[in-house]
Design a protein around this ligand. Structure first.
Ligand code: HDE
Length: 729
């Protein structure tokens, strides 16, 4: 018998009904012998079976054949969109029963802790692409409720590019790498994408979002999530309300700079994946509140836009977001492929109390998500894969198919039947049976777009007008970058025509960067997504002015900035560092939940002025400022002299300054700051023992410095200094 050994790594102790369910399939190799797939113990896994030591290899070698065959089949098709993702387990709890508006049990029972599995993703890139691509992020949540699985398959952007599912393959073909040369990877900055967008003014609103910093998040943990479509909530009396779903991150919504994103893509393409993993491993569990905007059915036509149009959001000023529950991610997956890769989300996975609307994008998605799993996961039994199966029993008359796991007893696999007492029996609504909302429909069958879907610009404008000045600059820069990568001048020109219909200011600024003029008659750049026999006039965008000029929730400048939890701070030090100056600041940051790494010219340890060994986490070779939120230079004569002479350290500081991060220095380290580019950019009254505006803190008092530095780090970034104080780095 195998002798038991201690497992090499401890299994994360956190548990819930889904984690317990998964444990039935979890295997731990500790203390076992190597076997083949049929349980046969293997004696030699190093040599194939040969006719004599020098071969040839024998076809008889079933162990070799099994091992190689399995290996040959280890890959499955990656997701056609959202291929690159990371996921985690967690729980959801509702704050108060929402039974007045929905009968969904997990939104009624305040005692219930509903297990969730959440997968975040980019959209366009392949499985191995960088996390920091400019892109929307998927935010897909599977709730394992007592009434079956509910999937909220959303994005970090509340609207979408297109209004009708039939355009989705075109959109994705346009954004994916170009078909002749498979370039560029995970990027929209190329001709085919902008060609398509410039012909589809309905994408204007989404384009504002993906050109904003929302498309380059600091962390998955610092993103909002949105269900995008309008859904329905139904209460037990059968009364329906419209609903928009939101996820609000407790750490606030934060992004990186575009230059930084591009650098991170080289230094650590797994930046978001690592960030999520590390936060959960360290016990800093990411949290979001579930928000809902509830709209009574009778108010359906009260808005300036159509609730069924997925290119529109409902401004929070018009319908406030009620925070109704909290989701906490508290456990990393055990196995990436089995869980993160094989998880299959579907907007059609609903539970009693939640239903669809006729949003034509949502309607198409209801078809797509099952269809795609049939190919990707190889057959109709993907719901049996452990990560996909619900925590409640599945009993029906569906049978067989590739890789069937369930062993159904009995002779009956049909309904109605008498031989099995007509079981499994249908459930009455009162027993949890799902009843589709009986929406009244009385219509002609047409291929048409509703007249209410032709306002393409009012919310694009609302979004732009709601941004702070630095955010507006970033949108203009992003558009100039992306269109600057477009080679066909006519595409750039058409896009300037679209932008001019959103806002003259953006169009003029982007045109300047492109060395072009804003077209004189931008309205001629119209919708080209028109049926062959249609009158183009009938498909023309209509200009509508939103009665709301600004919406606070749309700007990240208004997000919460009250915490440094999980923020990464670099301490640049060398031999001779002042231990107190280093540790006082380090301890203060760690006490507030920040993460500190000491970066030195080489790995191992440095020796402080008072002969203490200080562990070095990274060297200047392995670290980069783009992987940190803030940087501190402690005192100590020799350490300061070494850092001042270390070009990589000065680059680190210049880059941190360029990316608007908080920077702190002990007053003894002033000479290091003076060696940077930005010393010339600092205000003339810059002196030690004072907080310098714009996120630079210098003091000889380590305690005071820590307090001020912590306030500065919590601000996330000092975007205001970006343009006036630009430095080469
Ligand atoms: Fe998806 N989408 N989508 N999508 N989507 C997929 O399903 C599709 C749309 C979203 O982490 C695919 O299992 C169509 C909007 C997320 O596994 C596929 C249309 C939103 C994920 C698919 C849309 C999303 C997907 C590919 C237009 C935001 C990743 C793999 C009608 C509300 C889920 C898969 C995960 C994945 C189809 C539009 C979000 C092909 C046809 C709008 C987060 O079925």
């Amino acid at each position: 018998m195998a002798t038991k050994k201690t497992p090499a790594t401890a299994v994360t102790p956190l548990s819930n009904a889904k984690v317990d369910d998964l444990s039935k399939n979890t295997v731990d190799p500790a203390g076992t012998h190597l076997t083949n797939n049929h349980g046969l113990r293997i004696n030699d896994d190093q040599n194939s079976l040969k006719a004599g030591p020098r071969g040839a290899t024998l076809l008889e070698d079933f162990l070799l054949r099994e091992k190689i065959t399995h290996f040959d089949h280890e890959r499955i098709p990656e997701r056609i969109v959202h291929a690159r993702g990371s996921a985690a387990h967690g729980v959801f709890k509702v704050y108060e029963s929402l039974s007045e508006i929905t009968r969904a049990d997990f939104l009624n029972d305040v005692a219930a802790e509903t297990p969730v599995f959440v997968r975040f993703s980019t959209v366009a890139g392949s499985r191995g692409s960088t996390d920091l691509a400019r892109d929307a992020r998927g935010f897909a949540v599977k709730f394992y409720t007592q009434a079956g699985n509910f999937d909220l398959v959303g994005n970090n952007i509340p609207v979408f590019f297109i209004q009708d599912a039939i355009k989705f393959p075109d959109l994705i073909h346009a954004v994916k790498p170009e078909p002749d040369n498979e370039m560029p990877q995970a990027a929209s900055a190329h001709d085919t994408f902008w060609d398509f967008i410039s012909l589809m003014p309905e994408s204007a609103h989404m384009i504002m979002w993906v050109m904003s910093d929302r498309a380059i998040p600091r962390s998955y943990r610092m993103m909002e999530g949105f269900g995008v479509h309008t859904f329905r909530l139904i209460n037990s009396a059968g009364k329906a309300s419209f609903v928009k779903f939101h996820w609000k991150p407790l750490l606030g919504v934060h992004s990186v700079a575009w230059d930084e994103a591009q650098n991170i893509s080289g230094k650590d393409p797994d930046f978001h994946r690592r960030d999520l993993w590390d936060a959960i491993e360290s016990g800093a569990f990411p949290e979001w509140e579930l928000g809902i905007q509830v709209i009574p059915e009778e108010d359906e036509h009260k808005f300036e836009f159509d609730l069924l149009d997925p290119t529109k959001l409902v401004p929070e000023e018009l319908v406030p977001v009620q925070r109704v529950g909290k989701m906490t991610l508290n456990r990393n997956p055990d196995n990436f492929f089995a869980e993160t890769e094989q998880v299959a989300f579907h907007v059609g996975h609903v539970v009693p109390g939640i239903d669809f609307t006729n949003d034509p994008l949502l309607q198409g998605r209801l078809f797509s998500y099952t269809d795609t799993q049939l190919l990707r996961l190889g057959g109709p039994n993907f719901h049996e894969i452990p990560i996909n199966r619900p925590v409640v029993p599945v009993t029906n008359n569906q049978r067989d198919g590739h890789m069937r796991q369930t062993i159904n007893r009995g002779k009956s696999s049909y309904n109605p039947n008498t031989i099995a007492n007509n079981e499994p029996a249908q459930a009455k609504a009162a027993d949890g049976g799902f009843v589709s909302y009986s929406e009244r429909i009385d219509a002609r069958k047409v291929r048409e777009r509703s007249d209410s879907f032709f306002d393409h610009f009012s919310q694009a404008r609302l979004f732009f007008n709601s941004q702070s000045d630095p955010e507006k600059n970033h949108i203009i820069d992003a558009l100039t970058f992306e269109l600057g990568k477009v080679k066909t001048l006519a595409i750039r020109e058409r896009m300037l025509g679209i932008l001019a219909q959103i806002d003259d200011g953006i169009a003029t600024a982007v045109a300047y960067g492109l060395g072009m003029h804003v077209p004189q008659h931008p309205e001629q750049f119209t919708n080209q997504s028109i049926p062959a026999d249609a009158d183009p006039e009938a498909y023309r965008s209509v200009q509508v002015e939103s009665s709301l000029l600004k919406s606070e929730a749309l700007s990240m400048a208004n997000t919460v900035k009250d915490s440094i939890k999980t923020r990464k701070v670099a301490i640049l030090a060398a031999d001779g560092v002042n231990e107190k100056s280093l540790n006082t600041v380090k301890d203060a940051i760690v006490a507030q939940g920040g993460v500190v790494e000491v970066i030195a010219p080489r790995l191992g340890y440095i020796v402080s002025e008072n002969d203490k060994q200080i562990h070095v986490d990274q060297s200047f070779l392995t670290a980069a400022s783009v992987l940190f939120d803030a940087v501190y230079v402690p005192g100590g004569t020799n350490s300061v002299a070494t850092i001042e002479a270390e070009a990589d350290a000065i680059h680190f500081l210049n880059e941190a300054f360029k990316h608007c991060k908080a920077i702190a220095a002990d007053e003894q380290a002033m000479q290091v700051l003076e060696a940077t580019y930005f010393s010339k950019k600092l205000p003339p009254d810059f002196s030690d023992d004072s907080v310098i505006s714009e996120g630079i803190v210098v003091s000889g008092n380590a305690k005071k410095l820590s307090e001020q530095f912590i306030v500065a780090i919590a601000q996330h970034r000092f975007w205001e200094r970006e343009k006036p104080r630009k430095v080469p780095a």
